[in-house]
Design a binder for this molecule. Structure first.
Ligand SMILES: O=P(O)(O)O[C@H]1O[C@H](CO)[C@@H](O)[C@H]1O
Ligand SMILES: O=c1cc[nH]c(=O)[nH]1
Length: 270
């Protein structure tokens, strides 16, 4: 049997973002409305403040969308809640209703290696799919891979700006507590949670957060261009304390500059 009810729409627009094809730029940046970024503004507005011109496309309460121009390139930015389940529905609004082809997550994360510093950037080459949403699409063996051109452009952008940055694997989880070996109520944490943390550390995963893998799974699955740049806000291994918004502005600029570089390559037919 198939679900006879299609995607949610209100006023004949996708319910969660109200996005329409004519309002969406080819390049879309996804951010979380997160107090960890240390700003008063909605995170989408924080990104849109970098645009040379911009217009508010929608604000449904769950998502806020701006479309504008940065260095001559049209870009859309959308903010939503935290975690793979929420980003899935935002991604599907764009993937099923617009011609957007490049999807970039800009966010924060916790470091999983002692040599990473708070404020550094991690440009994901791929993601560990330790969340449930992407498993609803494809088996765990399916790789969540970043687009190599986009990764190269983000690396070049960070280098040119002099931002400390690293390329490697990002792990996405559903649980912010045992999922990252952080004790929950009553100190609840099992040995297997500690072992899991150690395994991913030993496997060389650079950082952990909650959205990279759903974005990279879906862009890989549907032949779109996906990328993720996360700032390091704290270090789970060394205990370097959390600093709100550390490196987040650098992550935003890296994504924006990378889009300009990528657009230039596309226009040059590379
Ligand atoms: O800094 P942002 O992008 O919110 O992302 C990280 O912070 C949130 C809380 O952990 C999760 O969404 C995680 O992915
Ligand atoms: O664990 C996390 C998640 C987001 N940002 C951080 O700094 N750490």
């Amino acid at each position: 049997m198939q679900n006879k009810i299609g995607p949610f729409r209100i006023g004949d627009k996708p319910a969660f973002t109200q996005i329409t094809a004519d309002q969406a730029a080819p390049y879309v940046i996804f951010v979380v409305k997160d107090p960890l970024h240390g700003c008063e503004k909605d995170t989408a507005e924080e990104v849109a403040d970098y645009f040379d011109e911009r217009r508010l496309v929608s604000d449904t309460g769950m998502c806020r969308v701006y479309t504008g121009v940065y260095s001559g390139v049209p870009i859309t930015v959308v903010s939503s809640g935290s975690g793979a389940p929420e980003l899935e529905i935002v991604l599907m609004d764009f993937m099923m209703n617009t011609d957007a082809h490049t999807f970039i997550r800009v966010g924060g994360s916790g470091a999983m290696q002692e040599w990473l510093r708070v404020g550094d950037l991690v440009i994901a080459t791929g993601a560990v799919r330790d969340e449930g949403t992407s498993l609803s699409y494809v088996p765990p063996q399916f790789p969540a891979v970043a687009d190599w051109r986009l990764v190269a452009c983000m690396k070049k952008a960070a280098e040119r700006r002099g931002f400390r940055h690293h390329l490697g694997l990002t792990r996405s989880v559903d649980s912010e507590y045992p999922g990252v070996a952080r004790p929950a109520r009553d100190g609840f944490l099992l040995e297997r949670h500690k072992r899991q943390f150690e395994e991913w550390h030993r496997a060389g995963v650079l950082n952990v957060e909650r959205e990279a893998s759903i974005l990279l799974t879906l862009t890989t699955l549907f032949g779109l261009r996906g990328g993720v740049v996360n700032a390091i806000g704290d270090n789970f291994v060394t205990g370097e304390p959390f600093r709100p918004g550390a490196g987040f502005a650098n992550a935003i600029v890296t994504a924006l500059d990378a889009i300009v570089l990528l657009d230039g390559e596309r226009n040059a037919g590379e």
